[in-house]
Design a protein around this ligand. Sequence first.
Ligand SMILES: NC(=O)c1ccc[n+]([C@@H]2O[C@H](COP(=O)([O-])OP(=O)(O)OC[C@H]3O[C@@H](n4cnc5c(N)ncnc54)[C@H](OP(=O)(O)O)[C@@H]3O)[C@@H](O)[C@H]2O)c1
Length: 258
Amino acid sequence: MSSPERLAGRVILVTGASRGIGLAVARRCAEEGARVVITGRHEEGLNQARDAFPDPSRVLAVVAHAGSWEDAARVAARTLDHFGSLDGLVNNAATNPYFGPLVEADEARMRKAYEVNQAGVVAATAAAWRGWMRDHGGAVVNIASIGGMSVEPGIGWYNATKAAVLHLTRQLAYELAPRVRVNAVAPGLIRTEFARALWEPAEGVLSQRIPLGRIGEPADVAGAVAMLLSDDAAWITGSTLTIDGGTTSRPSGGVGEP
Ligand SMILES: NC(=O)c1ccc[n+]([C@@H]2O[C@H](COP(=O)([O-])OP(=O)(O)OC[C@H]3O[C@@H](n4cnc5c(N)ncnc54)[C@H](OP(=O)(O)O)[C@@H]3O)[C@@H](O)[C@H]2O)c1
C-alpha cells in the first residue's frame, strides 16, 4: 500500500526507466505524488513508457546514455529547466555486456560495464549535486545487486561493478552529508528483460531456492526505493537494503553446512 502524499512536491529522476525496475520505481514515485524524469537510450520505448503514465504531463522523458557525463549534465539541466527542482535521483541504468570468466574478458566490454554501472552513478550524482542538491538537499538511491556481495559463474565483472556501487553508496553518503542522503538497494533475481536469460529457463527450480518461494517483481523493489527517497528515511544514509526474498539468508555452502 503506497502513501499518496509521501513524495508530493518532489521531482525524482530515474535513469534507465523505460521498462523493468526503473519504470516500476518511476511509476511508484508518481503514485506517491512526485513529478518524474525518466531516461533511456531509445526514444520510442521511452516515450511509450511516459505516455502510459496516468498523467503523462507530470513525466519528462529524456533520451540519454547513463555512461555519458555530458548526458548526465544535460539531463540534470533539462530537469531543472522543466520542473524547477531535482530532489531525488535513482541511479538504476546498468548493463551486462560480457558473460564469462574474468580472465577471458575483453577491454571494450569491461570498459562499457564500468562506464555505465560504476562511473555513471558518480556522473549522475555529481550533476544532481551541482545543479540542485548541494544548495537544496536531496536523496539518492543506487540500484546495486546481491551479485555485488557474492561469487557467481559468468557475471564476475558485472558483479564487481555492483560491489563498487555498494562502496560508492557509503562514500557518497559520507561526502554529501548532511544535506543529501545516499542509499542503495540490492535486489535478487527480478522478472525483467535484463535477467530473462536467468529466470525464464528455470523459474520453478529457482523459486524453490528462494525462501519466500518466488522470484521478485519490479514492484517489489519500487516500494523500498520510494521509502528511501522519502522523509520516512530521514535518518538513513549509507545503507543498503537487500530485496531478495531471502536469497542471501540461506546456507551458502560454508563451513559447517551439511
Ligand atoms: N533484473 C534483475 O534480476 C536485477 C537484479 C539485481 C539488480 N538489477 C539492477 O536493476 C537495474 C535495472 O535492471 P532491469 O532488470 O530493470 O533492466 P531492464 O528491464 O533491462 O531495463 C533497463 C532499463 O535501462 C535502460 N538502459 C539500459 N542501458 C542504459 C544506458 N546505458 N543508459 C541509459 N539507459 C539505459 C533501458 O532502456 P534502453 O534500452 O532504451 O536504454 C531500460 O529502460 C540495473 O541496475 C540492474 O543491474 C537487476
